[in-house]
Design a protein around this ligand. Sequence first.
Ligand code: ADP
Ligand code: MG
Length: 241
Amino acid sequence: MSGDELLRLDGVSMQYGRGETAVTALSGVDLTVSRGELVAIMGASGSGKSTLLTVAGGLTPPTSGEVIIEGNWLSQLKPGQLATLRRRSLGFVFQDFNLIPSLTAVENVSLPLELDGWSSKKAHRPALDALGVVELADRADRYPSDLSGGQQQRVAIARAVVGGRSLILADEPTGALDSTTGEVVLRMLRSRVDAGAGGILVTHDSRHAAWADRIVFLRDGRIVDQVQATGVSSLFSGSPA
Ligand code: ADP
Ligand code: MG
């Protein structure tokens, strides 16, 4: 594989359940994401987008096929090694923000670093910096319940990218947000990717997909189309959303 390849899905299939009630969520998906590349995934509800992200992020093993992150075959890793890889290399942004209510914004953002062995003192600076990028440095000491939905989502994306994670997986991160927040989130993703990370952005909004370098269309768990969109975001002078 090339040195720039961050993620590869090789013939990935995913089936939920067994027998008559089995659901095939992914079938034979091949996909690579390189450093500096943001890939948008589009497709109808139920087409397998969220499943693709959870499998790509090593949260669920596929029924068949292989997921390779930074050269690591996930099926070959021990659970502890997989957990470490996820913590160090992956950032997830889900539609429901999954913030911890008893931690402040900056503590939520520090958490992945602390789980990886950083002292809370050492984690504080990069966490504050990440909050700064999403324009929330002044809310660092607030609890999630004191923040609007849009602000919570910005905290969640700061947490996903803190410490320079190499692969960012975002599942409709702009879902229910106002367009200003949506744009902050997309800008953050784009700037992390331009700085050398890779990203997958699940979205059903083509204006958001326009921030990506490539758009992949899923239907019934299969990739049915891919469009190279290199440079598209610059056509919109950085603000297609
Ligand atoms: P999308 O994110 O594109 O809406 P999903 O990946 O959530 O698609 O779902 C793909 C298919 O897999 C759907 O038919 C869905 O009902 C099914 N599915 C998703 N998660 C589960 C699960 N945990 N158990 C059983 N079926 C599931
Ligand atoms: Mg989904």
